[in-house]
Design a protein around this ligand. Structure first.
Ligand SMILES: Nc1ncnc2c1ncn2[C@@H]1O[C@H](COP(=O)(O)OP(=O)(O)OP(=O)(O)O)[C@@H](O)[C@H]1O
Ligand SMILES: [Mg+2]
Length: 320
């Protein structure tokens, strides 16, 4: 499900846009009706259509069918004349119509009870920001992930990693998709693929939070240590996909172990997915964190080993 806060914000933005478009059209009508009496006359007759149809309906079916046809014919002629008057006076023929940003849903966000594509797009863009990947996902996505940076067996391995990550993101479900652990040396594409997964998962309408372990831990220290504001860290437990990047690069992570353990445990028990990337080996992870965390990571997460030669360096060399 899309982020609720984003949805509420966008829905209210749509209402504002719609109201503005309607009031702009009303202003144009009032102004031109003052300037052009014939136009005013036409607008008055047209705005009386509803009561005329209603009155005809009270006269029985046969009479109604006939009168309805008459009203329709008359209205068509008036609408045609209205367009002519506008063009004769140098305005576009549709000058008085409401100019919706999305003609399909008329800025309602829904068409026939289904969310309009325009609103889905807005939610996806807002989702990138809420997830914390807005500045990254233009560069780091599946389309920009280039396998030619890897060679031989390392490339074979990365082909599989890429394929599995694509499938994972494509088929992502609210719960039960499982969790992933990316590990391997620096510059091999862990962050790149994490962001690519996040982007696709958000496009599929799911909530996601991308954070570095550093930022996650400083949020825990800020909001959890003194129990001041749990709400600030709720997003980490509640989002459908949590991505913790660069686990192990933070300094003095041990004080955070109980919080990290609770978070991962809570998410695993709720069937929510977590993606962790690290360039620490199993042993180094054991030294840095509790065994309970490490055994959970390696036991319950599907692990992908990133192989190859530092792509950051490869790119730098190319530029020289
Ligand atoms: N397969 C790839 N195709 C294109 N660009 C890539 C690929 N892999 C990585 N890059 C780029 O190389 C740079 C380093 O990659 P990334 O940040 O994903 O590495 P990392 O494995 O997360 O490294 P670290 O462990 O240091 O965090 C980024 O700019 C990324 O976009
Ligand atoms: Mg990284």
């Amino acid at each position: 499900m899309f982020n609720r806060d984003d949805y509420v914000k966008i829905k209210s933005k749509y209402e504002d846009i719609r109201r503005k478009a309607e009031s702009n059209s009303k202003e144009r009508i009032e102004r031109l009706c003052k300037e052009i009496p014939e136009l005013k006359n036409i607008c008055d007759i047209l705005s009386d259509t509803g009561p005329r149809v209603y009155a005809a309906a009270l006269e029985g079916k046969e009479e109604f069918d006939k009168k309805f046809e008459d009203i329709k014919r008359e209205n068509d002629a008036l609408l045609q004349r209205k367009r002519e008057i506008l063009t004769e006076n140098g305005y576009p023929a549709d000058y008085l119509e409401v100019k919706y940003s999305c003609p399909l849903c008329r800025d309602e966000g829904n068409v026939n009870g289904r969310m309009c594509d325009c609103m889905k797009k807005e939610l996806v863009i807002a989702g990138y920001s809420s997830a914390g990947i807005a500045g990254l996902c233009g560069r780091m996505n599946f389309d920009t992930f280039d396998l030619s940076y890897y060679e031989g067996a390392e490339r074979k391995n990365m082909e599989i990693v890429l394929q599995k990550c694509r499938e994972y993101a494509e088929n992502f479900r609210d719960t039960g998709s499982g969790s992933l652990l990316f590990f391997g040396g620096t510059g091999l594409g862990k962050t790149h693929l994490s962001v690519a997964v996040a982007k696709r998962v958000i496009e599929g309408g799911h909530t996601c939070v991308y954070t570095t372990a550093d930022d996650l831990f400083s949020d825990f220290r800020k909001y959890r240590f003194d129990n001041s504001d749990d709400a600030e860290t709720d997003k980490y437990s509640e989002c459908e996909l949590l991505i913790i990047d660069d686990l192990g690069t933070e300094l003095n992570g041990r004080d955070i172990v109980p919080f990290l353990y609770n978070l991962l445990n809570q998410r695993l028990n709720a069937g929510r997915s977590t993606l962790i990337s690290t360039n620490l080996s199993n042993n180094r992870l054991l030294e840095t964190y509790d065994e309970r965390i490490v055994s959970r990571l390696f036991g319950e997460f599907l692990t992908f080993r990133f192989t190859g030669k530092d792509i950051r360096m490869q790119k730098l060399k190319k530029q020289l």
